[in-house]
Ligand binder design. Structure first.
Ligand code: PGA
Length: 250
């Protein structure tokens, strides 16, 4: 089974709409690729400028969060239908920063993943352990719980469309990348738990990214691991360096 690699930038809370347009203009030819799927996940107000600038460029545009209801009294939230109508095709869900600073739970992430699939947006569902959990030796157990809860109630066919991002929290924005062996070990465990619950075919279809200080220098080694199907890239996705990650094979 050859899974197409998916390399997604996660801009987090960076770039104004004007900066988004400029960056997309600068980068669209540099990151064009037929070999891998390329996605820019951007702040809500940057979605429109990014979609406009990237029209026809073969680059997916994603949001960094969304609500799990279609509409209603949720002041300050953005609905999946709003994203869908704009042409957004991906959404990052359950990023560790949302879990940590905005109290997102596995249950909320599960509702959002279900909703995204229902409206036809590909969820990039994040999981990852803290340094304390790694040192306590409970990484795999923790990740298995996050995956089981996040995907609960989905059909195998739905799960096959989900992108899962394994992002050890201690490696995010720290410049401290997991070794390719550490990343592979957990990504393999993610595939295994998907297989246990949804079957081996689904496990072989689901794409699993590594995230946490991915850069132009370490991407090739990480992406060469058998269970790593690309990356979710924060800091390096804000810079021209992102092209080196996309073209990691060259
Ligand atoms: P980083 O962020 O690449 O800056 O470590 C990754 C992420 O949080 O998705």
């Amino acid at each position: 089974m050859m899974r197409k690699k998916i390399i997604a930038g996660n801009w987090k809370m960076n770039k104004t709409p004007k900066e988004a347009t400029e960056f997309c203009k600068l980068m669209k030819d540099k990151v064009a690729s037929s070999e891998v799927d390329v996605v820019f996940c951007v702040p809500f107000v940057d979605l429109y400028p990014a979609l406009e600038e990237l029209k026809g460029a073969g680059i997916g545009v994603g949001a960094e969060n969304m609500h799990f209801e279609d509409s209603g009294a949720y002041t300050g939230e953005i609905s999946p239908l709003m994203l869908k109508e704009m042409g957004v095709s991906y959404v990052v869900l359950g990023h560790s920063e949302r879990r940590q600073y905005f109290n997102e739970t596995n249950d909320m992430v599960n509702k959002k993943v279900k909703k995204a699939l229902e409206v036809g947006i590909t969820p990039i569902m994040c999981c990852g352990e803290t340094l304390e959990q790694r040192e306590a030796g409970i990484t795999i157990e923790w990740i298995r719980i996050q995956i089981k809860c996040g995907l609960a109630g989905l059909t195998a066919e739905e799960v096959s469309k989900v992108v899962i991002a394994y992002e050890p929290i201690w490696a995010i924005g720290t410049g401290k990348t997991a070794t390719s062996e550490q990343a592979q070990e957990v990504c393999k465990a993610v595939r295994q738990v998907v297989g246990e619950v949804y079957g081996e075919t689904t496990a072989q279809q689901v794409r699993i990214q590594y995230g946490g200080s991915v850069n132009g220098k370490n991407a090739a080694e990480l992406f060469a691991m058998p269970d790593i199907d690309g990356g979710l890239v924060g800091g390096a996705s804000l810079k021209e360096e992102f092209q080196e990650i996309v073209h990691y094979q060259k």
